[in-house]
Design a protein around this ligand. Structure first.
Ligand code: PEP
Length: 250
């Protein structure tokens, strides 16, 4: 069951299986089993086997940073929803801005992946967010609206999903959005969900903020009424800083 706060770790292209094992062993020594209900992990695909072993018997959310738009076939280098699910994963990250920028993922591809993830009874964590050029030209809400609409068109609102608002200009740059800027975007996303789906869904869905979240800024951001947790990149690579962020929310 998804509940607030949800603090998610996106390791990106970091930590090999041996390092991932050490990470989870360290983590388990420092928190109780029930804390895992509030945590999610997105390791590189090669770490999913050890993640599955390490998080077995915990209520943690975990899965891949991406999946392919097809289930099987001649698609060298890709991984399917079914493969990720076969390891016991329950959540997948989708539409991260690094995938949209470097791998040219479109809103339509993101939507198709969301559909496959939900069909396979996993929870999509859907990333949306504007670039600096888009923000500076006053297009933030237009962009968020376009990204949300494409996904919402195919989303099954009766199955769980999570939205992560990640302004591209704040990811990995050390430039965190102010609590006011983040809250304004979260309010907009919630109003879109209310308009395009329903008030009930909009109230229930967890909206995470991502972009240079650190132990020093987490508590202030989390005070905002529409911020239900965080998607953390760089600061999730060390158990200590990741747990400090989690502890700032409880
Ligand atoms: C991310 O990768 O989703 C992210 C928010 O990165 P960082 O915390 O390093 O800005």
């Amino acid at each position: 069951m998804l509940k607030k706060p949800l603090i998610a770790a996106n390791w990106k292209l970091n930590l090999n299986p041996k390092e991932a094992t050490a990470y989870f062993e360290d983590l388990k020594k420092n928190i109780s089993s029930s804390d895992f209900e509030n945590l999610a992990f997105f390791p590189p695909t090669i770490d999913l086997q050890v993640t599955s072993e390490q998080l077995k018997n915990t209520p943690a959310f975990w899965g891949s940073q991406n999946v392919y738009t097809e289930i099987s076939g001649a698609f060298t280098g890709e991984n399917s929803v079914e493969m990720v699910k076969s390891l016991g994963a329950n959540m997948c990250l989708v539409g991260h801005s690094e995938r949209r920028t470097y791998f040219k993922e479109t809103d339509e591809e993101v939507a198709k992946k969301v559909q496959l993830i939900q069909k396979h009874e996993m929870i999509p964590m859907i990333c949306v967010g504007e670039s600096l050029v888009q923000r500076d030209s006053g297009k933030t809400f237009e962009i968020l609206n376009a990204q949300m609409r494409t996904v919402i068109n195919i989303l099954d609102e009766n199955r769980p999903f999570v939205i992560a608002y990640e302004p591209v200009w704040a990811i990995g740059t050390g430039k965190v959005a102010t609590p006011e800027i983040a809250e304004e975007a979260h309010q907009f996303i919630r109003s879109q969900l209310s308009e395009l789906l329903s008030k009930e869904v909009a109230q229930e869905v967890l909206l995470l903020y991502g972009g240079s979240v650190k132990p020093e800024n987490a508590a202030e951001l989390y005070k905002q009424p529409n911020i239900d947790g965080f998607l953390v990149g760089g600061a999730s690579l060390k158990v200590d800083t990741f747990l400090q962020i989690y502890k700032a929310t409880i």
